[in-house]
Design a protein around this ligand. Structure first.
Ligand SMILES: NCc1[nH]cc(CCC(=O)O)c1CC(=O)O
Length: 308
């Protein structure tokens, strides 16, 4: 039985990927609780990140580009819960909100789209990405590459590639899979490109005070995904980093604990600092310490990228 006398309103961004993730979330909840189709209504909310398409997000510098408007809708009661790509959620969230569940994580890897591999790129290739992490990792592999700013949703980026604006671009396998475009691009091994913290994870947020909603969401929480993603986000916190910093981190469940890999990379790709560690699950302090260790071992120039 639904705990309200009206449908629950699930807030999401309006991009095709966000909508696909919202439908997955609604489906998981209906299946877990035996709810009817009508039990959940999807409400789209435009975010600042969706609206601003012509500048690098790192340049805008504003926080919470993908979450602010959804937060407001949650706080004002326009929606009951919200779905996010965890990769786009800031590491420090207001106390009033709670990430109550994560769906089982999808493929965490990046894909190279446009050519079959980095070796197949021509000399002095042009690669489109707006991710500082991907840009730095590409420069590490191909110092002759020029990075060009590439924003917009997955379809927009694929159209720019098809129009010949760049030789290649990078996209998350998770996003392509959820858009039913699993044939696009070539998977890059994590040893070559360690993914962004939280890549491939979908999080569902509600108000910390909304107990029935928290309980309903708990039924669809994937604990392994949640523990891994929380550790990756703790590394980010330890570094003082944001999604605008060249940081990669991936935790995977390993026996009773987690195996965590993390790296920071200079924008020109010439300096990489890496750490690997086995951690207990739920030990945020240990994961934050990995972030600080990376900084301690970085050159002053690289460290400066993380100073507020
Ligand atoms: N920054 C945009 C964004 N946020 C989440 C994903 C993909 C899905 C995911 O990582 O869960 C993407 C697109 C991309 O990086 O290709």
């Amino acid at each position: 039985m639904l705990f309200t006398d009206r449908p629950l309103r699930l807030g999401t961004r309006g991009s095709p990927l966000a909508l696909a993730q919202a439908h997955m979330t609604a489906q998981a909840l209906r299946a877990a609780h035996g709810w009817a189709m009508e039990a959940i209504t999807i409400v789209t909310v435009q975010t600042s990140g969706d609206r601003i398409q012509d500048r690098a997000l790192a340049e805008i510098g504003g926080k919470a580009l993908w979450t602010k408007e959804l937060d407001r809708a949650l706080a004002s009661g326009q929606i009951d819960f919200a779905v996010h790509s965890m990769k786009d959620v800031e590491t420090l969230r207001p106390d009033a909100f709670r990430i109550a569940a994560m769906l089982p994580r999808a493929d965490v890897r990046d894909k190279l789209v446009g050519v079959d591999g980095f070796d197949a790129l021509p000399a002095n290739p042009i690669v489109g990405t707006s991710s500082p992490r991907r840009a730095a990792q590409v420069k590490r592999l191909r110092p002759d590459a020029t990075i060009t700013l590439f924003r917009g949703n997955v379809a927009t980026r694929l159209a720019k590639l098809a129009a010949g604006e760049v030789h290649a671009t990078l996209l998350a396998a998770a996003g392509l899979d959820r858009l039913d475009q699993q044939d696009v691009g070539t998977l890059i091994p994590i040893e070559t490109m360690l993914p962004a913290p939280s890549q491939g994870a979908v999080g569902i947020e509600t108000l910390a005070a909304n107990r029935p909603m928290l309980a309903a969401l708990d039924a669809i929480n994937d604990v392994d995904t949640c523990d891994a993603v929380l550790a990756e986000r703790a590394v980010l916190r330890g570094l003082g980093g944001t999604c605008h910093s060249p940081i990669a981190a991936l935790a995977v469940v390993d026996g009773d604990g987690l195996f965590l890999r993390a790296e920071i990379i200079s924008p020109d790709g010439t300096e990489t600092v890496r750490e690997e560690a086995h951690l207990p699950r739920g030990d945020a302090a240990a994961a934050e310490a990995i972030g600080r260790m990376l900084l301690d071992r970085a050159s002053p120039a690289l460290r400066a990228l993380f100073e507020p």
